[in-house]
Design a protein around this ligand. Structure first.
Ligand code: ADP
Ligand code: MG
Length: 654
């Protein structure tokens, strides 16, 4: 039942017009249009107030009110007694006060207190008996907030709005949440700050609940398949050939994956681990297990460099498996595709080329996506859809903040590798201006003497706009260093890139000058130094990724951030924080959630109340509740579910 606004007492024709212009047509619209903020009239103490602090205080007017002309406008002045002090009150642009108040009246004054002048510049003077400690601010041009407040009072008092509950009663009771009507009422007409908090609590939960419901309704489809018959003995044999002991977190992640394999339906899992935490090994063991179950695996990497490195690495450790590399540059693709189709290839490693239509597997059992955040949503989905296998492992070194991981994957599908391999030494990160570059050169010289590898990264190949680019930096360093300098950038042909990378790896004590193409994944344990030019032009997580190219062995490593600008917050932060998880929380706050999930329209991640950075617990609870709700046979008759169907279903992709 919709109640039109012209039937509400207190809304005249001109107000009606303004409201309609704002898209507010019914009382329900008005209720949904809650105050933007509140002016707080709860009393603060003058005794403890500092100079220029905003205070709200009881006062007695002890002089006549005077209107002073001043420039175009004017101000009202009077004296007031507050506690035992006499204070001058001035109120600019509030001529109407003259008519509203008189000597000896008790008032509440809000304003900025000037301690030494004994003066308050009042922003509000109100009657004591109003008992409105919190004044809602709607900020609708042409309508006084006071008028809006009266209208809202009328609407709620006369039950001129019908607000039905959308959350199952049991959860309202469980978490002691206000019902929807109460919550809106408290949002519009709060008596205390606590009222607002209570209302916000309810709406946070409501938003989390609906988000989870939407996500769940997308994900309830389980694809049945028999448990994977992997050969545990063979897997153990492989593990025994690994030249190091797995970290506890790596073991945990492997166990999580193997548990998924044993289920009777396909599953997906996100492995989150900071740069250098050893995700590749987790993938390798899982991939091998699937191969022992006589199923094929595809592993997709975002760059050819990385795909190639994986190819070499997997070949060296899985000697009894048939491994192939497919990139856009692969020769004799026809034969390779034939082999894939016939099941001769156990593991296919590659880039986007893997999702070409004519790549057909005989028996694909697992898809692994390395550095998944580097792929667009569509690429990821396409690969999964065509795989038909549906078992998917995502690896990412840009840890998604916990809340987002939960939203995108669900809590039970995320494994976190926090622990770094033993003997890792923290990468020492320094942020310097370019005039101190000699300090960096000195360290580079020592690294070269120790036969270690050095990366120098610039934001561009050549450009009038970027002073630090491949060309200029090459000129600068070729005088300084006699060590071999290799140059790598995206414009080079593929074969050449590979060759340069290979030469660099096999030339200890050399420098690789490159654009950000080395950003993801590349692993050179003897790389101990990275210098990033014009560091201010990179994002926080990109810098962290770049830094992750060093410190992957057990040698002390350095990351130098060069900038012409001083005091760049994220560069400072990076030099203090080594933990990618912590950095990603910061990134979430500064960039918003859309970036993380690679979701173009992140509109559905915009909330009015829920805060993705802090409300993890709310999301977890809501997720549990939604699962419980959906497991009930009659869930489709539930009001909450009906409501979802009616109002909320929209296409989302993660
Ligand atoms: P990322 O998580 O960034 O993909 P990698 O898997 O490339 O990291 O591993 C980084 C380096 O650490 C590699 O050289 C790898 O061989 C090594 N490594 C991985 N796990 C361990 C471990 N448990 N102990 C010692 N070194 C390890
Ligand atoms: Mg990696």
């Amino acid at each position: 039942m919709e109640i039109k606004l012209d039937s509400v007492k207190g809304i005249g024709p001109s107000m009606l017009r303004i409201l309609r212009n704002q898209g507010l047509w019914s009382t329900y619209d008005l209720v949904l249009n809650y105050p933007k903020r509140y002016e707080d009239f709860s009393i603060t103490s003058l005794e403890k107030a500092n100079d220029k602090e905003t205070i709200t205080t009881h006062a007695t007017i002890i002089s006549e009110l005077k209107l002073n002309r001043f420039g175009k406008g004017g101000f009202v002045s009077f004296k007031a007694r507050i506690l035992d002090k006499t204070i001058d009150i001035v109120a600019f642009g509030k001529g109407y006060l003259i008519k509203s108040f008189a000597k000896d009246e008790e008032v509440i004054i809000k304003g900025v207190y000037h301690l030494f002048k004994r003066q308050i510049n009042a922003s509000a003077v109100i009657k004591v008996d109003k008992k409105v400690p919190l004044k809602p601010i709607y900020g609708i041009e042409g309508i006084h907030d006071k008028t809006m407040m009266n209208v809202m009072e009328t609407i709620f008092l006369n039950n001129q709005v019908s607000i039905f509950e959308t959350i199952p009663k049991e959860y309202l009771e469980k978490y002691k949440l206000l019902n929807r009507l109460e919550a809106y009422q408290k949002l519009h007409l709060p008596k205390t700050i606590e009222d607002i908090h209570q209302a916000e609590r309810r709406f946070k939960y409501e938003e989390a609940f609906y988000l989870q419901l939407r996500l769940a309704s997308k994900k309830t489809t389980n694809h049945p398949r028999p448990p994977k018959p992997y050969d545990i003995q063979k897997v153990k044999d492989l593990i025994s050939t690994i030249p190091f002991e797995l970290t506890g977190d790596q073991k945990e992640a492997v166990n999580d994956i193997f548990r998924d394999f044993k289920k009777d339906h396909a599953s997906y899992r996100l492995i989150q681990g900071d740069v250098g935490s050893g995700k590749t090994m987790v993938a390798l063991i899982s991939i091998y297990a699937v191969i022992t179950a006589n199923e094929q695996v595809s592993l997709m990497a975002p760059t050819e460099l990385l795909a190639n490195q994986h190819y070499q690495y997997f070949k060296s450790l899985m000697k009894d498996a048939n491994i192939a590399l497919l990139t856009s540059k692969t020769k004799n693709k026809i034969q390779l595709k034939e082999d894939i189709k016939n099941g001769k290839i156990d593991l296919l490693i590659g880039t986007h080329a893997l999702i070409e239509n004519d790549v057909i597997f005989k028996n694909l059992g697992l898809v692994v996506i390395d550095e998944q955040h580097k792929f667009g949503v569509n690429t990821r989905e396409e690969l999964i859809i065509k795989s038909n296998a549906k078992d998917v492992i995502y690896l990412t070194a840009t840890p998604i903040p916990r809340t987002l991981a939960l939203i995108a994957f669900g809590d039970s599908h995320v494994s976190v590798i926090k622990e770094k391999p033993k003997h890792r030494i923290l990468i020492e990160t320094k942020y310097i201006t370019k005039d101190r570059i000699q300090e960096m050169y000195d360290l580079m010289h020592s690294a070269i003497i120790r036969k270690e590898h050095i990366f120098l990264v610039v934001p561009a190949i050549t450009s009038e706009h970027v002073t630090d680019n491949i060309e200029t930096v090459y000129e600068e360093i070729k005088e300084e260093f006699s060590a071999p300098i290799f140059v790598l950038h995206g414009k080079l042909p593929y074969e050449e890139k590979e060759l340069i990378m290979e030469q660099f790896i096999y030339t200890p004590g050399s420098i690789l000058l490159s654009t950000t193409m080395i950003e993801v994944g590349i692993d050179i344990p003897t790389a101990t130094f990275i210098g990033i030019y014009a560091a201010e032009s990179f994002g926080l997580s990109q810098l962290h990724q770049l830094r992750g190219r060093v410190g992957r062995g057990n040698k002390p490593s350095f990351c130098y951030l060069l900038s012409t600008k001083e005091d760049i917050e994220r560069l400072d932060l990076l030099s203090k924080v080594n933990d990618g998880f912590q950095l990603s929380e910061y990134d979430l706050i500064s960039r918003g959630p859309g970036d993380f999930l690679g979701v173009q329209q992140s509109g559905y991640l915009k909330f009015n109340f829920l805060d993705l950075a802090t409300d993890y617990q709310v999301l977890i609870e809501a997720q549990k509740n939604v699962q419980e709700l959906l497991s009930k046979p009659d869930f489709k008759t539930n009001t909450a579910y009906k409501y979802l169907n009616k109002y909320m279903i929209e296409s989302i992709k993660i």
